[in-house]
Design a protein around this ligand. Structure first.
Ligand code: CTP
Ligand code: MG
Length: 379
């Protein structure tokens, strides 16, 4: 069944707080919305992605969804308005309506949902209620019998035509999910087994729990990199992605940025994907004079494609000159920008070799780097 994922991401995330709407907040290296989108797109039946976003969220959404093919639509004042806006733009047989605020969706939940559509117009993942239920605010008043109650999660799967017609005939107050709409139209919704990892991020404690889940399910890896370029001709030189005035230039096939080369190799090391020479061979004319930020951003993308979360990079420049200190923050900023990290995840240091060796004789610059990543953080 050709299935479209419709992710509603137009909320303000007021209960979770934190300044940025929760769906765009960074969760261990990826925005929450991207986790949700990748989780759905990983299922082979999901062919298209439509995302409903809020006013003024275009830039955040574009950056969160970078590289994914998605139709972006303007959401509405309530969640149901955002769903309606998305439905207007979707075609095909089935739709998975999902909250952007649920970053982790196991593939087997989607299997169960789509399998149910053979017999039902809709299906939703559910979990039993574990706690005692009661009405009341400051006091516990009337008990509520929890027998037969279930907690309904998303993604919810629907035959697209059924959901569209159910929405068209809906006349009640704003529904909080689509099973409500389908039921009101007299259609049947299957309950399939949900998953605790599908829990919605609603309060700050939910966010902390999601971070812990990821941390507990990932394997830390470290990679190291080392590079040397000889001085030749006149400056300026490229170092850490920025141009620095220097009396000598650096010799190299590319722009000879030792810092970016060492970090590139460290990242490749962390994900065990060979080395920089293998990916960008000097014999290939494409890389002649190439800006090294291209190497680094490409390798970061490769690493992330392997499921790596890049936590930190640290680099030491080994040279008598130029002085790195005055340029340190500009380099960190640039490296962070290339890698899509925060500046505090990038460290840059420098040392001389006390006049000893080739760096001491001012014949060239060396750099060594370490990259720390977490692998397999797929909950
Ligand atoms: N949502 C939406 N359009 C709205 C309101 C909510 O697309 N007008 C989306 C949210 O982005 C979220 C999902 O619906 O992915 C579930 O809603 P909720 O958890 O309530 O998120 P928010 O409304 O953003 O949070 P809050 O209610 O705390 O402000
Ligand atoms: Mg809300």
């Amino acid at each position: 069944m050709t299935t479209t994922a419709l992710i509603v991401a137009a909320g303000k995330g007021e209960r979770l707080g934190g300044g940025v709407p929760k769906q765009y907040r960074d969760l261990c290296g990826k925005p929450v919305l991207r986790w949700a989108a990748e989780a759905l797109l990983r299922h082979p039946a999901v062919r298209n992605l439509c995302v409903a976003i809020g006013e003024g969220q275009q830039d955040r959404a574009a950056s969160a969804l970078q590289g994914l093919e998605a139709t972006i639509v303007q959401g509405g004042a309530e969640r149901a308005d955002s769903v309606s806006a998305g439905l207007d733009r979707i075609e095909g047989e089935a739709v998975l309506v999902h909250d952007a605020a649920r970053p982790f969706c196991p593939t087997d939940v989607i299997d169960r949902l789509l399998a149910s559509l053979e017999f039902f117009d809709g299906a939703a993942p559910v979990l039993p209620v574990g706690d005692t239920l009661a009405r009341g605010e400051a006091t516990i008043d009337e008990p509520v019998d929890r027998a037969g109650l279930q907690r309904v999660q998303t993604p919810q799967a629907f035959r697209l035509a059924a959901l569209k017609s159910a929405y068209a005939s809906w006349s009640g107050s704003t529904p909080t999910d689509e099973t409500t709409v389908l039921r009101a139209a007299g259609m049947k919704v299957a309950a399939v087994e949900g998953d605790p990892r599908l829990e919605k991020l609603t309060l700050p404690a939910d966010f902390a729990r999601a971070q812990q889940w990821l941390a507990g399910n990932s394997i830390p890896r470290t990679g190291m990199g080392f590079d040397v370029h000889a001085f030749a001709g006149t400056g300026p030189i490229m170092l850490g992605g920025i141009s620095i005035e220097h009396d000598r230039g650096l010799k190299g096939h590319s722009d000879a940025d030792v810092v970016l080369h060492a970090i590139t190799d460290a990242l490749l090391g962390a994900v065990a994907l060979g080395d920089i020479g293998e990916h960008f061979p000097p014999s290939d004319a494409r890389w002649k004079g190439a800006a090294s930020h291209m190497f680094l951003s490409h390798v970061a993308e490769l690493a992330r494609g392997q499921g790596a979360i890049i936590d930190h990079v640290d680099c030491t420049v080994i040279a008598e000159a130029p002085k790195v200190g005055p340029h340190r923050d500009a380099m960190r900023l640039r490296i962070a920008e290339i890698l899509g990290l925060r500046t505090d995840q990038v460290s840059l240091k420098a040392t001389t070799t006390e006049g000893l060796g080739f760096t001491g004789r001012r014949e060239g610059i060396a750099a060594q780097a370490v990259a720390n990543v977490r692998m397999g953080a797929t909950w």
